[in-house]
Write a protein of this length. Structure first.
Length: 119
């Protein structure tokens, strides 16, 4: 069974930094896209940043210039370096991946990690 496990969330003051990591496990051939989503209370889940197998990245407008997504290799892990954090970045952050397995492509979610930006 393919799983994603996140780490690195926590409480940080405005202007601070956090680094999230997501590791995939299971019988994986490769991972096409790995990304981070977030969901704040009362809001819909939104894409924060994504990293394709070829190295392309894209970011939600509000995090451009502050967040950096990186990936160690085609099977991950994927990291999200979050700098200059703002209270509006507070949310549960979820790792997501489109994973190639023996039977095809599986869309897999992590369990989520809480990020709280507050003084």
């Amino acid at each position: 069974q393919v799983q994603l496990v996140e780490s690195g969330g926590g409480l940080v003051q405005p202007g601070g930094s956090l680094r999230l990591s997501c590791t995939a496990s299971g019988n994986i051939f490769s991972i096409n896209v790995m990304g981070w989503y977030r969901q704040a209370p009362g809001k819909e889940r939104e894409l924060v940043a994504a990293h394709t197998r070829t190295g392309s990245t894209n970011y939600e407008d509000s995090v451009k210039g502050r967040f950096i997504i990186s990936r160690d290799n085609v099977k991950g892990p994927v990291h999200l370096q979050m700098n200059s954090l703002k209270p509006e970045d507070t949310a549960v952050y979820y790792c997501n991946a489109a994973i190639k397995v023996i039977i095809g492509i599986q869309n897999v979610w992590g369990q989520g990690t809480q990020v709280t930006v507050s003084s």
